[in-house]
Structure formats: C-alpha cells, structure tokens
Design a protein around this ligand. Structure first.
Ligand code: ATP
Ligand code: MG
Length: 394
C-alpha cells in the first residue's frame, strides 16, 4: 500500500471538445509547480496521481493547492491489486489508527466488469468495519469518516480526506493577458481571477520616479511574485511614466488630468500587449469606486483601445475584493502605505462625467505619441521569481 495524492479535475470534464488541450496544460502546470521536488506524477484516464516521500508530502500538498484546474485533491492509498481481500485488509489497517464513531463507505468502480457492484462492495466492507472496529456505527447522512474506495482495472484506491483545489481552468490554456498591476488591493485580485479562467499573465506597471518611491515599485514586484506562484513565474514590464505624467500635469486642466493619464496608460498597455502576444488587457477597475471609474469615465478611457479590457472585479464591493485579497495573501502587501503614480497627482475635483470631445481637445496640447514611444522604448523587464530578496531589481 502506497500513500499518494489523487487529483480530480471537476469542471474540466465538461470541456468535451478541448479536453485534450486542457489536460495537457494541467499536466504541464502540475509538473512545473513540482519541478523542484522529487515526485512521481502518473497520468491516467480521468485522474492524475502524485507520489512522493513522506518528508515532501506537505510541500507537495501546498504546491498542488496553487494549481488552477485542480478541483479536488484526495490523500489516499494505492493498493497493488483490486481483490476484496486486499481492500479489506488494507482498510482495517488504515482505520486502526483513526479515532471515529460513525462512518460511511462510498465505492466507485471504473472497472464495470468487477464481480461485485458498488452497493455490494459498500455492504461487504461496512460489515467488515463493524466487525473489526469497536463502538462504531454507520451514518449515511453525516459520517465522521467517509471511506472512499475506488476500484480500477488492475488496482484499487482508498482515501478519506479530500482537500478543495482552486478549480478554474489550467493557467495559460487560453493564452496571455496583460495585467495593469498597481500596488493597490484590486489589481492583484483581478489578476488572480483572470488566471483562474486560464489566462497567463504578464504585468505592466507605470513607474513615476521620483514622485513614486522605490518601495512602491518593490511592492508591485512583491505582489507580482505572490500571484506569479500560481503560474510558475511572471514577467513585469516597468514603464517609466514620469515624463508623460509631468507633461499632463503642465498641459491638461487639472480636472481632466486623471482621465488623460489613464488614456495614456491604456494606449501603452495595448501596444505592449500586442508586442508580447497578449490578447486582452486586465485591470482592477471597479464600477463607481473612484472618479475615473464612473461609467462616463470608463467609456472615454476605454475609447483609446480596441483590445478587450477585462475587469474581473468590476462588479464586486470593496469588501468582497478585500476578502479575496486576504485569501490569496496579497492584502498585507497591498495596504503598505506607498503612494503610486495615480494618488500623487490627484486633483481636488477630478471630472466625474468627462466627455470625449474635451479629452481629444486637451490631448492636442502635447505630443503624446512621442512620449508614449519613449516610455515604451525605455521599459525595464523584470522576471519575478519566488524569492524574497528583490534588492537586485532596485
Ligand atoms: P488597485 O485598483 O490595484 O487597488 P487603486 O484602486 O489605487 O489600486 P486605481 O487608481 O483605482 O488603483 O486604478 C484602477 C486600475 O488601474 C488598477 O486596478 C490597475 O489595474 C490600474 N493601475 C492604476 N495605477 C497603475 C499603475 N501605476 N501601473 C499599472 N496599473 C495601474
Ligand atoms: Mg481600485
């Protein structure tokens, strides 16, 4: 009997036509996430199994819990054959170390030619448990221990404990997206949610030194690292934004500064997305959150790009977003008090109902095309990895 992880893919089973692509990506992602640990990964029809030594068990469990596309992870035992004798003996041996008063047996057969049906196996094993373990009884509604038995063609599995996986689609099944990543709470959550739908992320960050600090940039790198763990590694495009921002400050009436600045961010994001084969832009905008996220603002800002802009948290309350940020452990970093380029030039009365005519008029005031080209030319690419020392990037 060998201890192992059984991996179930849930929702992926509904992807009939493309199931091959989804599973291949999931396999690669699992192998990638476990590449530094000594494991044996077995791919079988409808299941994947991961075997490793006892010392690595916890580490592997944590890694698997960060792979999108895994619906459930069971910690189980593989038996060398599917004989009732071996199943019975193994089950009793495993139950001897468990404290419980009630149980239920749940058998599944993928081998439909097995000599007993699933209910017959349930009944037989139930009888054996009642006979061998003292003071326990069957409770089909709310058992303390659910004993799962899977009978396959050549062997069998027993497992008790299941852990919820992240679900969703394997990251990168659907191609790449460019995440506008600021140091705030919303954009890392937006990125996480897009990854969950199978999108692989690259990040873009608009950096305005000296108005924004090295700490603010460092914070974005830390956030990228945290969400990057769900896809192995992540690239951050740092765009020097100071010249554009200072020019906007000088040339644009203050109430339109943020609107015009965001139109510039969108233009640069789309160009960089094209250059890096990303099919969508993703950001952390949420309807009504600030002046630049009213419907009128979103409409005139969105107008400068053709690429779809996906806003995963558009309809979430801040508290709902914070809840996810805490779960994915970005929250603590996001609330560190370093200002980013949006907060530093905030006018007293930003326009809430901007018009396209005014945007076009104010953009005539300066040569934004050459400033955009210059910013893109001077981008710095950081490949974030799972490590805590970012000093080399500063
Ligand atoms: P967040 O939305 O990440 O919590 P925020 O609310 O302070 O931060 P907003 O000013 O509301 O940010 O900006 C909305 C979205 O625009 C952000 O979620 C992010 O996707 C993008 N964005 C803002 N500032 C930057 C920046 N400096 N670099 C890259 N993207 C940015
Ligand atoms: Mg926001």
């Amino acid at each position: 009997m060998e201890k192992l992880f059984l991996i179930k893919y849930g929702e992926l089973n509904t992807k009939k036509a493309n199931i091959g692509l989804f599973l291949k990506t999931l396999q690669n992602n699992i192998l990638n996430s476990l590449k530094d640990i000594s494991v044996n990964v077995i791919f079988d029809k409808g299941r994947m199994y991961v075997k490793t030594s006892e010392d690595n068990f916890l580490n592997v469990k944590e890694k698997l819990q960060k792979v999108f596309g895994i619906h459930e992870i069971a910690i189980g035992y593989e038996l060398e054959n599917n004989s009732m004798e071996l199943i019975t003996d193994s089950l009793i041996e495993l139950l001897k170390n468990k404290e419980f008063k009630t149980f239920k047996i749940n058998t599944k057969r993928s081998d439909k030619n097995y000599f007993l049906t699933s209910p017959e196996v349930n009944q037989k094993l139930g009888g054996v448990v009642l006979k061998n373990i003292h003071d326990v009884k069957v409770d089909v509604n709310n058992p303390e221990v659910l004993i799962n038995v899977e009978i396959r063609k050549t062997n069998a599995y027993i497992y008790f404990e299941t852990i919820k996986g992240l679900g969703g689609y394997p990251t990168s099944t659907l191609g790449k997206g460019m995440l506008m990543l600021s140091g705030g709470i919303d954009s890392p959550v937006a990125g996480f949610l897009a990854m969950k739908r199978g999108v692989k992320l690259e990040c873009i960050y608009f950096d305005s030194p000296p108005h924004t600090s090295v700490e603010a940039k460092n914070k974005v790198i830390t956030l990228a690292n945290i969400i990057g763990e769900y896809q192995g590694h992540i690239k951050i495009h740092v765009i020097p934004f100071t010249n554009l921002q200072e020019t906007i400050y000088k040339e644009v009436p203050s109430e339109y500064m943020i609107t015009i600045m965001r139109r510039m961010m969108y233009r640069i994001s789309e160009r960089l997305a094209h250059k890096n084969h990303c099919k969508i832009i993703i950001n952390g905008e949420s309807i009504g959150q600030v002046a630049s996220q009213t419907l009128d603002s979103m409409s005139v800002i969105n107008e400068v790009v053709k690429m779809p802009v996906i806003r995963p948290v558009a309809c979430f309350d801040k508290l709902e977003i914070i809840d996810i940020a805490k779960k994915i452990k970005t929250y603590e970093t996001s609330i560190l008090p370093y200002q980013d380029c949006c907060t530093i030039f905030v006018p007293e009365h930003p326009v809430i109902y901007p018009t396209l005519d005014k945007c076009l008029e104010y953009e005539q005031n300066f040569d934004y095309e050459s400033l955009i080209n210059e910013a893109i030319k001077n981008e710095v690419i950081i490949k974030a990895q799972e490590k805590n020392d970012y000093s080399e990037y500063l």
